[in-house]
Ligand binder design. Structure first.
Ligand code: NAP
Length: 504
């Protein structure tokens, strides 16, 4: 089935054309014209979302679970067309798009199950103590309620699982929040067909049309107007540090500041401890190369930094990584802008004093091969900018003189999505001394593996101290991510009939 996008926004149940259009820039296939979003589009979508909240925000969990499952069915019904437009727009291979579609529908179904269980409501009850001295205690009940309409900015690198019907949208709809998506200009056609699936599901169940809107981009005003609209009560964002910070600042500066849940960049350092590198340095080096180049290195959990104690074992690790990386051919980057940012990040690392180039890449237009650099712990500690993310297939080995210097490097890190330890039994003491540092730095600490591949599960945390995210008490992956779109309300001495259904 071939899909040709019509290029319109979906606003409150209507497909809306624009006066101006922008052209998509696919990695292959034909470019298409898409309506440029306007402030008027934002206003219309946000007014409809607020209107929808009065029914959707008070709907039953069964109804919302059915909506999520129906969206998953509608996405599956468009499987082939989604893969076709998705591969064209992003340059990601077909198998990746198919896998990501499964992850997206799995995520929607998981949220359906999760809300039916009801644990997320965190219901509490402190019974009245009328005889308590010196004062009686009133009856107190608490439950989590939906926060209101939510704005979602999808990620360029996950056109399905973190975009139009991705984790943020699924969590917000599960919570009872209408959603307004700002479409990512890197995959507007993929956004359109997924919006079509949500639209079809909404119509099937007869829900308010303001429950979901998609506004295409092509104009930065759309994003800034959306986060500043008074009807928007929270924002989910996945993207760059610069873009995320600009929108976060706008949220904080509003007359009514709102939470901005930004998932931003991270270098995801790996600490390779001496016994592990001695026993299997080459194997870890090869595994690292695979993780570093997966999806052309365009993963937020890409492990860009490897810290290892200098010596012949470390050399074997580096040689294996270099050999494996040099076999990786050119891979397509998601957009021209991301390829350009990769080139300038790579040139910045290469130009830093004390950094040695082990493998030079080519990055012509949108195709990049991997790079590998090495520096000392001392040089790393003196050059903080080496800790900034380069989004793409680039690795930096930091060789330290001692365990003490390894801890210093760990302490110097900014907030991370993940930190990884490679360790064997003989490394237990060093590993233990690193743990208090690493858990202060990252949302997820893992051992003897690679951080790419984020499980969608109850225990997952995909977040971390700034700049990994703007709100380190939250996760954007897994069922706990619903918390971002809820607010606790306490009901004191209220008659049952006035309580929310979930408390009756
Ligand atoms: P981006 O340039 O920040 O764009 C993300 C979205 O925000 C797009 O919709 C973009 O609009 C909009 N936007 C950006 N700056 C804006 C501004 N100043 N005002 C209004 N809207 C603005 O990010 P990207 O290039 O798509 O993605 C690459 C980055 O995302 C990498 O740095 C990567 O680390 C990060 N990332 C993080 C995670 C994570 O989970 N933490 C996952 C994936 C990627 P347009 O469509 O108009 O550009």
């Amino acid at each position: 089935m071939s899909f040709t996008p019509h290029g319109k926004h979906l606003i409150a149940g209507e497909w809306v054309a624009g006066d101006a259009t922008f052209q998509s820039a696919p990695a292959s296939g034909s470019a298409h014209a898409f309506a440029v979003g306007t402030v008027e589009n934002v206003n219309a979508a946000c007014e409809a979302a607020e209107d929808a909240f009065w029914s959707y925000g008070y709907s039953g969990r069964e109804e919302r679970a059915k909506f999520l499952n129906t969206i998953a069915d509608e996405i599956e019904a468009r499987a082939e067309a989604i893969t076709q437009i998705g591969t064209e727009e992003t340059g990601l291979p077909e198998a990746r798009l198919n896998g990501e579609r499964g992850r997206t529908t799995g995520q929607l179904r998981l949220f359906a199950e999760h809300i039916l269980k009801g644990d997320y409501l965190d219901r509490r009850h402190d019974k009245a103590l009328p005889d308590r001295q010196p004062l009686p205690r009133p009856d107190l009940k608490m439950v989590q309620r939906p926060i209101g309409p939510v704005a979602v900015f999808g990620a360029s690198n996950f056109p399905l699982a973190f975009s139009t019907a991705g984790g943020d949208t699924a969590a917000a709809l599960a919570a009872g929040c209408p959603v307004v998506v700002k479409g990512h200009s890197a995959h507007p056609g993929t956004g359109e067909i997924v919006a079509e699936a949500i639209h079809a599901a909404r119509e099937k169940l007869g829900l308010h049309p303001g429950v979901f809107s998609l506004i295409q981009g092509g104009n930065r005003e759309v994003g800034s107007a959306l986060v500043q609209h008074p009807n928007i009560k929270a924002v989910g964002f996945t993207g760059s540090l610069g873009g995320g910070r600009a929108l976060f600042n706008l949220c904080a500066a509003r007359p009514e500041p709102i939470p901005f849940f930004g998932e931003l960049g991270s270098v995801n350092p790996m600490f390779i401890l001496p016994e592990a590198v001695k026993a299997r340095g080459a194997e870890i080096g090869k595994g690292w190369a695979g993780s570093l180049t997966m999806g052309a290195g365009q993963f937020c959990t890409n492990p860009g930094i490897a810290v290892v104690i200098e010596g012949s074992d470390a050399d074997a690790f580096v040689s294996a990584a270099k050999a494996a990386l040099s076999e990786v051919g050119p891979q397509t980057m998601l957009t021209d802008g991301i390829a350009e940012a990769f080139r300038s990040g790579r040139d910045r690392v290469a130009a830093t004093a004390g950094v040695q180039e082990l493998l030079t890449s080519t990055c012509d237009l949108r195709n990049a091969t991997p790079n590998l650099y090495e520096t000392t712990g001392e040089n790393w500690l003196a050059n903080h900018e080496l800790g900034e993310e380069v989004f793409g297939p680039l690795g930096l080995v930091v060789t330290v003189k001692s365990a003490d210097e390894m801890r210093k490097v760990a302490k110097s890190l900014q907030g991370q999505l993940t930190c990884t330890l490679h360790l064997d039994q003989g490394d237990a003491e060093l590993g233990k001394s690193l743990m208090p540092i690493l858990e202060r730095k990252a949302g997820r600490v893992l051992a003897n593996g690679f951080p790419t591949g984020v499980e969608v599960a109850d225990s997952m945390v995909h977040g971390g101290p700034y700049p990994a995210s703007t709100n380190f008490g939250a996760t954007s992956v897994g069922t706990l991510s619903i918390r971002r779109f809820l607010r606790p309300v306490c009901y004191q001495a209220l008659p049952d009939a006035l309580l929310p259904t979930d408390l009756q």
